[in-house]
Ligand binder design. Structure first.
Ligand SMILES: [Fe+2]
Length: 345
């Protein structure tokens, strides 16, 4: 496994780069905007293809690198279902798995620091965001934080992991890099409480100043979605209403770019073909499945995904590869469902 813990000194943020092998797919957790050049360089040096950029929650102390990484690497962005972010490519929730080639992380919903806080478990290690820090816990006094919910996330979920599980937090301000669940249970001062009420009192008495960057970081981090209007202006988008009118037409092929997990969970547009986003480059090149389909049958390829981000990137790639009739469903299945479009399970 390739595992890199990367540090942003200004905000005290840890970002984590994961991959199962050199030359394979990679995932990054909690990237920081100012460090994107470094990540891209490291990806190149290790011959990795970034496919997912994930934030554990909407950060208040730094601007996320998610949007810029998506624009530069065509990776997809991932956050929790509850997040107030405008658009990410994929949303996850408790019990999901987040997969890349050779690696699957369990998704744990751990609210309390914010209401969109998640942790990610990978075999012997857990990425705890700002829920569980080394000898601390994330503050609960803004962004819909809730000490009671955090107590549950800690005592009901994270501390139930095996004692030897490695703890990798999103921040540290003292120079610690890693801990274990057993160590935190024994020595984390915030966890030495006898009841939920005692924890709530402790968290409510902290009186911390707001993070320096908060007024800048929170609004910036809420607006990271790809600008789908650009694609629309080029005439490469169909609205849900237009999409509905195209359903069942023989000169159209709807292509679902989502992962099998998303199709199972949320259903799919009836009659659509499944061609997952990670295989896109291959599929749209000459000789690829979608290229041949478009070239030989003359069908118009209409990409769709969850929220329209993957499909907006796909339409650009398809156009670049010479599939001139390619377009995408603006707003994805989310917009489709809101317009009462049919969905098959
Ligand atoms: Fe945070």
């Amino acid at each position: 496994m390739i595992f890199r813990q990367l540090f942003d000194q200004t905000s005290g943020t840890y970002s984590y780069l994961l991959a199962s092998r050199r030359g394979g797919e990679a995932l990054i957790i909690d990237p920081v905007l100012e460090k994107v050049d470094r990540y891209v360089q490291l990806l190149r040096e290790l011959d990795l293809k970034l496919v997912k950029a994930v934030d554990t929650h909407l950060h208040a102390d730094h601007i996320t690198g998610l949007g810029v990484l998506r624009d530069r690497t065509h990776c997809i962005t991932v956050m929790g279902e509850q997040s107030g972010v405008d658009v990410v490519s994929m949303r996850v929730t408790e019990g999901d798995t987040m997969e890349i080639e050779g690696m699957a992380l369990d998704v744990l919903y751990t609210p309390g620091h914010t209401d969109d806080s998640y942790s990610f478990l990978l075999a012997d290690r857990v990425f705890t965001g700002d829920t569980l820090l080394i000898r601390g816990t994330g503050r609960t006094d803004f962004q819909n934080g809730n000490p009671r919910a955090q107590y549950e996330s800690l005592f009901g979920k994270l501390l139930k992991l095996p004692d030897e599980t490695l703890v990798y937090p999103a921040h540290d301000y003292k120079g610690d890099t890693v801990s274990t669940i057993g160590e935190e249970k024994a020595f984390n001062p915030r966890l030495q409480v006898k009841s939920v009420d005692e924890y709530v009192d402790l968290m409510n008495s902290l009186n911390l100043p707001n993070p320096k960057m908060m007024d800048v970081a929170v609004p910036a981090n809420m607006h990271i979605g790809l600008v789908q209007e650009e694609v629309k202006r080029k005439g490469w988008a169909v609205t849900t209403e237009e999409g509905l009118a195209l359903l069942g037409r023989s000169d159209i092929v709807l292509v679902d770019l989502r992962e099998p997990r998303e199709r199972e969970k949320y259903g799919a547009i009836p009659g659509s073909l499944h061609a997952p986003y990670p295989d896109l480059r291959e599929n749209v090149q000459k000789g690829g499945m979608l290229y041949e389909l478009a070239a030989t049958s003359g069908k118009r390829v209409v990409f769709y995904c969850a929220f329209g981000e993957r499909s907006a990137m796909a339409v650009q790639a398809a156009q670049d590869a010479g599939i001139a009739l390619a377009c995408h469903l603006h707003g994805g299945l989310d917009a489709w469902k809101k317009a009462n479009g049919p969905v098959a399970s």
